[in-house]
Ligand binder design. Structure first.
Ligand SMILES: C[S@@+](CC[C@H](N)C(=O)[O-])C[C@H]1O[C@@H](n2cnc3c(N)ncnc32)[C@H](O)[C@@H]1O
Ligand code: SF4
Length: 449
């Protein structure tokens, strides 16, 4: 890879897990708007639920998630009371004909919940929403938390996918990021969930961590492959200490530079490819039999706040502090601070404090950006079919970009605008040309590669 190109495109751009992106949410969208939007959901709507548990019993220095460190269970028990109140209030506003097809428990560490609380939370969801047959139930798992009682509870709630956080197995890297986790510990989690009938296992790993080199990462990737996960998520470490104070514990002079990050990303991707995984979007890898792979091949891959997904529900309801929901009308976000979240929920059950209503132009650009991030291409005949003349402005932007693209990062033939192999690492930057909000000063992002 030509380093000039890397530096040219090394600018900070959004990860486009939504469009418009979260920095553009505003307080004009409130509980009243949310109540109206939920009430307007038709009986044909399919719903997925995202539940956020913002607690961890360890605090990893690299972590950019909304979470709080606690060794006591009491704050979690208090939080769960508010959580159930929110579930009850949201459930009462959603038509019983709208069916839940997927549930994702994220955090923080949902695996910190006591077994009886995991089961109680699922019972509460089932009591307030209508579930479809065989919903997908995925859980983010911190191997540090797990014991037989928790494995059994996860099996009892019907977990279909375990998403196991690994990051890196190298001792020095683990010490520097304050996340000690042995290979054996990780393997026992994979074995335990499989023994309980969970057929889909995902492992998260990171590149670009302090003291990480291609050599150390190569060892980590080999160990991951030996666990035979169905999916692997390979994220570039996002260093955002201005947002996450604990990241200032990471020694910046030990962070790999942009060219080294790129080498690590390529090397890990190639190793996964040789091990039989297919590349999905910018940072996921899946076995050919995995439904993520099948969705990608059928052009049905989707992108949401959890990354790449096969979830085609048109409504994502976010529950818990900081959760973001996506409704056909727009995005909503709950209060981030857990104490304030509990107070607001205590008053009326809902906790939305900001969001954005989607204009027609937003719908069009959201679709364009999602397709680029998922398929690396745009079909303008399809876009015209869906959005009519409104698609012309996007076509003109694509044509202008392709005509002035000396780096050959895109191709525009007939109706197809496609990102080339050379352009794939920079698809976030290419998507950014269609972002009508970028450049208005809101939001500071991590580097693209
Ligand atoms: C919300 S965390 C929850 C996982 C679980 N608590 C654990 O640690 O195993 C989900 C994933 O986000 C990723 N992540 C967290 N902070 C990140 C950062 N600064 N840059 C890139 N990825 C990050 C990690 O790979 C992590 O496994
Ligand atoms: S990586 Fe997981 S365990 Fe570590 S602080 Fe973040 S959410 Fe908690």
């Amino acid at each position: 890879m030509n380093t000039e190109l890397l530096h040219k495109y090394s600018g900070a751009v959004p990860r486009y897990t939504s469009y418009p992106t979260a920095p553009h949410f505003h307080e004009g969208i409130d509980i009243g708007t949310y109540r109206r939007w939920l009430g307007d959901l038709g009986h044909r709507n399919r719903i997925s639920l995202y539940l956020h548990i913002p607690y961890c019993d360890r605090l990893c220095w690299f972590c950019a998630c909304h979470t709080k460190h606690t060794l006591k269970y009491e704050p979690i028990a208090v939080y769960l009371e508010a959580f159930k109140r929110e579930i009850t209030a949201v459930g009462a506003l959603v038509s019983p004909d709208a069916v839940v097809s997927a549930v994702h428990f994220g955090g923080g560490s949902p695996t910190m919940l006591r077994p009886e609380d995991m089961v109680g939370l699922m019972d509460c969801l089932r009591g307030h929403f209508t579930f479809g047959l065989a919903p997908e139930i995925s859980v983010e798992m911190d191997p540090n938390d797990l014991d037989d009682g928790r494995y059994d509870a996860l099996a009892a709630i019907g977990m279909t996918r375990a998403s196991v956080g690994v990051q890196d197995f190298d001792d020095k890297v683990q010490k520097t990021i304050n996340r000690i986790q042995t290979f054996e510990q990780t393997q026992s989690v994979v074995d335990a969930v499989r023994a309980r009938g969970v057929h889909s296992v995902n492992c998260d790993i990171l590149y670009g961590l302090p003291f990480q080199t291609c050599e150390t990462l190569e060892r980590t990737v080999s160990q991951i492959v030996s666990l035979d996960p169905d999916r692997v998520a390979l994220f570039g470490y996002a260093h955002v200490p201005w947002m996450k104070k604990h990241q200032s514990m990471i020694p910046e002079d030990a962070l790999p530079g942009i060219a080294e990050r790129y080498r690590q990303m390529r090397m890990a991707g190639e190793m996964l490819g040789q091990a039989g995984y297919r590349t999905i979007g910018i940072d996921h890898f899946a076995r050919p039999a995995d439904n993520l792979c099948r969705a990608a091949e059928a052009g049905e891959l989707r992108r949401n706040f959890q990354g790449y997904t096969t979830d085609t529900a048109d409504t994502l309801i976010g529950l818990g502090a900081s959760s973001i929901g996506r409704l056909p009308q727009g995005y909503v976000q709950n209060m981030v601070a857990t104490g304030e979240y509990q107070r607001i929920v205590g008053e009326g059950g809902l906790a939305v404090v900001k969001g954005i209503e989607l204009s027609e132009d937003d719908h069009l650009r959201a679709h364009v950006i999602e397709r680029l991030m998922c398929d690396f291409s745009l079909d303008f005949s399809d876009l015209k079919h869906r959005f009519g003349k409104a698609s012309h402005s996007v076509r003109a932007q694509a044509q202008h970009f392709a005509a002035t693209d000396r780096d050959k990062v895109v191709r525009f033939d007939a109706d197809i605008f496609a990102v080339t192999e050379a352009g794939k690492p920079f698809v976030r930057n290419i998507a950014a040309i269609f972002d009508a909000y970028l450049g208005n000063g809101r939001g500071r992002h991590s580097v693209a590669v």
